[in-house]
Structure formats: structure tokens, C-alpha cells
Design a protein around this ligand. Sequence first.
Ligand code: OAD
Length: 245
Amino acid sequence: METLLNAAANQLRAARHVAVLTGAGTSAESGIPTFREAQTGLWARYRPEDLATPGAFARQPEVVWSWYAWRRELVQRAEPNAGHRALVGLARRVPLLTLITQNVDGLHQRAGSEAVIELHGNILRTVCSACGRLADTGHADSPPPRCPTCGGILRPDVVWFGEPLPRVALEAAVAAVQSADVLLVVGTSGLVEPAASLPRLALARGASVIEVNPVATPLSAAATLVLKGTAGEILPRLLALMDSE
Ligand code: OAD
């Protein structure tokens, strides 16, 4: 493991442009359950895949809104962890770093990361499903609340299964991955497209792909280096190694 960590630290130290792709695992140590983990309590009988869809929202807007209200509360109570903070430190140690996240919790920004590319939106923003205007999250006796401008139903400003990713964010992510010499992939199962194809793009260009995850993923076999462990444990160790010597 030490050898792998050293190799990764050396690659990061030598890089001109580091791109980082993060997923739900990066926020796991902040107490936010990953997408594919069992839901707890009230929501145990629902699968996120069945709630985070336009169809579910059309059929049962109140259920989907309440689920997001619950997740939003979790996010607001959570704090960035050592992994988020290490990525802020990494940005200071390389000439250029682009942070791309699939997370909707805003914890990278709260840790201090700048210019974060949010591929799946942000749960703390609310948008009108009819006119597209951003709105206050609002409180309604019978959720979901209505748009103050057009009366449409408000929804969280996140990407649901079957919906396209925000074009500007996706283009920025692809451009970053195409110019980076190292892509660091942290805490993502690599199952959801198109984010899952970014590591393949980097590999095809000959860039190094370093994966940080406690378990093997579909990317592991192809990755240049696999660092088995949690984001909160591995990323600070990488920084320490970059600083040594
Ligand atoms: P997943 O829940 O699919 O995967 C989380 C990954 O994090 C798994 O591979 C875990 O092994 C890993 N993991 C768990 N704890 C970790 C830790 N402490 N440190 C590092 N890794 C850890 O989440 P994502 O890959 O982010 O999309 O899922 C991608 C997208 O699928 C989500 O953004 C969401 C979902 O559909 C939308 O909502 C559009």
C-alpha cells in the first residue's frame, strides 16, 4: 500500500493539471449515506432509484419532495470531512486542479474548494419545474411548494435518472479531463453515465487514473493505480507524502 501511495503522490507532484472526480463516497464520512446504501428510518422501504426520477415526481410529488427535504436536512447538518479538506490542500500543491463532483451536497464548496463543477446539481437549490426559475425552498403545509412567479411545482435543482446533465457543467468536465495528466477518482461506484465515462476518456488519452475507494469498482481493473481505503483516510496521507522529501 505504501508503494502505491508513494507512486500516486509522485504522479500528483509531477502533474501540470489534476482533474478530480468525486462521488457519494467522498461524503460518506460526513454522515451522508451513499446513493446505493440502504436508507434508514422512515425511508427504508424506498429505493433512491425509484424516487429520483421525473416519473416518480409526476406521480407522487409530495413523497419525492419530502424525501429530498429529509436529505437536505442531513446535508445541512453535515460538515466537510478530512477528504474534502485534503482536496482543498491538493489544489494548493498543483499548478491547476479541476474538481468535478457528482455530489449535490455542496460540501466541497463548504470545505473551501473553488470553481467546483457540479454534474448533478445541488440539493440546496430549488427550481420551478414549469418556468425554470430558481426559488426559495419555501415551506408548504402540503408539499411540494409552488413557484411564487408562475405557480408551477417547485423541485430540487438536481439531475434525476433519465434527465440530461447540465450542458455547461458536462462540457467543462470533459474539457478538464481531456487536458489533465492525472485524474483522481474518489468514492464513486462508476455505474452512472455519463460521469462514469470520464475515467475512460482520461485513460484513452494516456493520462494516469488514480482511484480511491474502499471496494473494487468497474473502473478498478483499468485504473493506473488503485488506492484501497476511504477518502478521509487516503487523501490526507497522499498530501503528507507529497509534502515529504
Ligand atoms: P454510489 O452510492 O453509487 O457509490 C458510492 C461509492 O463510494 C461506492 O463505490 C463506495 O464503495 C464508495 N465509498 C463508500 N464509502 C466511501 C468512503 N468513505 N471513501 C471513499 N469511497 C467510499 O455513488 P455515486 O457513484 O456518487 O446521481 O453515484 C453516482 C450517482 O448515482 C449519484 O450522483 C446519483 C446516483 O444516481 C444522481 O442523483 C443523478
